[in-house]
Design a binder for this molecule. Structure first.
Ligand SMILES: NC(=O)C1=CN([C@@H]2O[C@H](COP(=O)(O)OP(=O)(O)OC[C@H]3O[C@@H](n4cnc5c(N)ncnc54)[C@H](OP(=O)(O)O)[C@@H]3O)[C@@H](O)[C@H]2O)C=CC1
Ligand SMILES: CC(=O)N[C@@H](CCC(=O)OP(=O)(O)O)C(=O)O
Length: 345
């Protein structure tokens, strides 16, 4: 079978280079172009030596994109930048998976409120589908533009969706307390992510206004069929990869651990990348893989359900999920190229 052709725009970043790492082993896809504006003309191994001998690809300028003859293009660009490329590529013959937040929300007005910046391509909102395959695989298959979910929303939505869709919990407030590794912030250096600020440290940030709050709230609200209020607080851990989210919810009626296991098993039956765990998951259980591990329990002392989800922010939270979306959009086996065994220890 002829392989499908794909290109990666922004390949030098963390999610772009993770896409290269995953796609070089994809059996039905070939990378025909990777781009960088800063390093155009150099080789990706000049920026990411770990790819030497595996993906010695030249970096092109995005201006060369037509030469890629791509069936699908990944945009691994910062939000606020991606939207201009989606606009510019709207009449091109390839499909797009956008890893940024530019088309994940329901309207440009909500985007501008939460991202505090103007949107340059509001028409894109009606074209884009939210790329969480466990919930929206049929829409994704039909779409030419998929907005890959944010890393925190991936763990939070997968953790809470079975309870909200089945109407088992009070919809508000839903408490999501998440901890992330530093690669979530991207490859560009920022003072807040300096070694001396992150190492041997732990802090909360983005209280009440992190842009992922609205992403989680919109998707879970739509899945539940009513408005919900999400209390989301991210924290920065001194680790490279991984997000652990702890979700607290109040059940509408009494519930047991067995009930929870049954609800989640039914909801995620035949979903290859959700693993329901009978121990509390850790970030290292999923490191380097496309799994979202989920643990559920009920605390009869407080009357609260506790759900814990773990993902690798660069894989299930970004590049792996983008490849899953690509598989669906190109009519390939949904798991192709994603048999990634977690890295231990
Ligand atoms: N890191 C993570 O865990 C996750 C990230 N995301 C999202 O994925 C996207 C990419 O993230 P990430 O890989 O971490 O980001 P990085 O900052 O690591 O990389 C982004 C890349 O985009 C390129 N770039 C930056 N500005 C421009 C520009 N104006 N024009 C063209 N290219 C530009 C840069 O490449 P060059 O200078 O070489 O051109 C850079 O390497 C972001 O929108 C992010 O929010 C989503 C989920 C998880
Ligand atoms: C550690 C860290 O800074 N993480 C990022 C999450 C980045 C991400 O995945 O989200 P988007 O694609 O929506 O930007 C943050 O909290 O902003």
């Amino acid at each position: 079978m002829t392989k499908k052709k794909v290109a990666i725009i922004g390949a030098t970043g963390y999610t772009g280079s993770e896409l290269v790492r995953i796609l070089v082993n994809h059996p039905e896809v070939e990378i025909t172009m990777i781009t960088s504006e800063t390093y155009a003309g150099k080789n990706i191994t000049d920026v990411h030596p770990f790819l030497q001998g595996i993906a010695d690809f030249k970096l092109h300028s995005v201006e060369d994109i037509d030469d890629a003859n791509a069936d699908l293009v990944f945009l691994a660009l910062p939000h606020g930048v991606s939207m201009d490329f989606v606009k510019r590529f709207q009449n091109k013959p390839f499909k797009i998976v956008d890893l940024s937040g530019d088309f994940r929300l329901q309207t440009p007005e909500v985007y501008e409120e939460w991202y505090q910046k103007a949107h340059s391509f509001s028409q894109g909102f009606s074209l884009a589908k939210f790329g969480l395959p466990e919930l929206f695989s049929e829409e994704i298959k039909q779409s030419n533009l998929v907005a890959n979910p944010g890393c925190f929303p991936t763990g939070a939505i997968l953790g809470a969706a079975p309870l909200l869709v089945g109407d088992y919990i009070e919809a508000s407030p839903l408490i999501v307390d998440s901890k992330t590794g530093v690669t979530g912030a991207g490859i560009k250096s920022k003072p807040v992510n300096l070694y001396s600020n992150v190492n041997d440290n732990f802090k909360a940030y983005g209280l009440k206004k992190h842009r992922h709050t609205i992403e989680i709230q919109e998707v879970l609200g739509a899945a539940a069929g009513n408005d919900i209020a999400v209390q989301f607080t991210p924290h920065l851990l001194p680790i490279d990869r991984g997000i652990l989210s702890t979700i607290y919810a109040k059940p509408k009626k009494s519930i047991t651990d067995n009930d929870l296991q049954e609800i989640y098993s039914k909801f995620y039956a035949a979903k290859p990348f959700v693993r329901l765990r009978n121990q509390v998951p850790a970030t290292k259980d999923v490191r380097g893989s496309n799994f979202c591990d989920i643990y559920t329990t009920y605390d009869d002392r407080t009357g609260m359900i506790i759900v814990i989800s773990a993902i690798d922010n660069l894989v299930k939270g970004a590049a792996g999920q983008a490849v899953h979306n690509m598989n669906l959009m190109l009519g390939l086996d949904e798991s192709a190229g994603l048999n990634l065994v977690p890295v231990q220890p």
